[in-house]
Design a protein around this ligand. Structure first.
Ligand code: HEC
Ligand code: HEC
Ligand code: HEC
Length: 127
């Protein structure tokens, strides 16, 4: 009996909390610094909302294969140059090319991978 109640509570919690967690990430910015700073580059700021208003979630999270967890996709510059991940669009055709290092590597040194900002996204260069 007790276990049933606990499970129910957990399900309820998931139903109530999950959409907020997703919405928060959706509107904020994602800092990606798994290796950039170790390799001498500033952390990457990915303005999630800026992109989300232009593309469907599925374009990025299904077709391109970005994970829905900051830093989890294993993005590298080699893959970007080969047209994967950010390079699927930042190729000088759909959007400006990957030669504009500072547009993406715009974070303050020391920033950790994760979600920054709130529902008003601040975008690159603000952290
Ligand atoms: C232009 C591409 C793009 C679009 C469109 C997009 N996302 Fe994302 N999303 C990303 C990238 C890139 C990341 C970070 C992945 C990484 O760091 O490996 C991310 C991360 C996330 C995260 C994880 C944030 C965290 O807490 O770690 C969630 C949740 C998410 N997206 C949900 C959504 C939803 C919901 C939509 C549609 C409403 C959406 N995304 C649209 C590219 C996109
Ligand atoms: C369209 C966005 C974008 C642009 C433009 C860009 N990068 Fe990156 N870069 C990334 C992302 C995302 C990562 C993964 C960051 C991490 O995990 O720390 C990354 C990682 C890196 C890394 C560490 C991992 C690796 O692959 O070696 C280096 C070094 C790097 N970039 C250098 C550059 C240089 C130099 C330029 C300009 C010629 C550049 N980047 C332009 C998005 C970009
Ligand atoms: C589905 C296509 C797509 C993907 C994937 C994508 N971008 Fe973009 N991005 C765009 C477009 C389109 C623009 C607007 C370009 C313009 O204004 O000329 C843009 C603009 C940006 C900007 C500038 C935002 C501003 O305020 O002007 C940054 C920074 C950026 N992208 C970083 C990234 C990084 C980092 C990744 C990978 C983690 C990525 N993008 C993946 C399409 C994409």
């Amino acid at each position: 009996m007790k276990r049933v109640i606990k499970t129910r509570r957990l399900v309820l919690l998931a139903i109530i909390v999950l959409p907020f967690a997703v919405a928060w990430a959706e509107y904020a910015d994602v800092v990606i610094n798994m290796q950039a700073e170790d390799k001498g580059m500033s952390p990457v700021i990915f303005p999630h909302w800026f992109h989300r208003v232009r593309f469907q979630c599925s374009v990025c999270h299904v077709d391109i294969g970005f994970k829905t967890k900051a830093g989890a996709s294993g993005i590298t510059m080699d893959k970007i140059s080969q047209g994967q991940y950010c390079g699927a669009c930042h190729n000088g055709e759909i959007a400006w090319s990957a030669e504009n290092c500072d547009f993406c590597h715009s974070g303050t040194p020391g920033l950790e991978t994760g979600v920054e900002g709130g529902h008003k996204t601040a975008g690159p260069g603000y952290y």
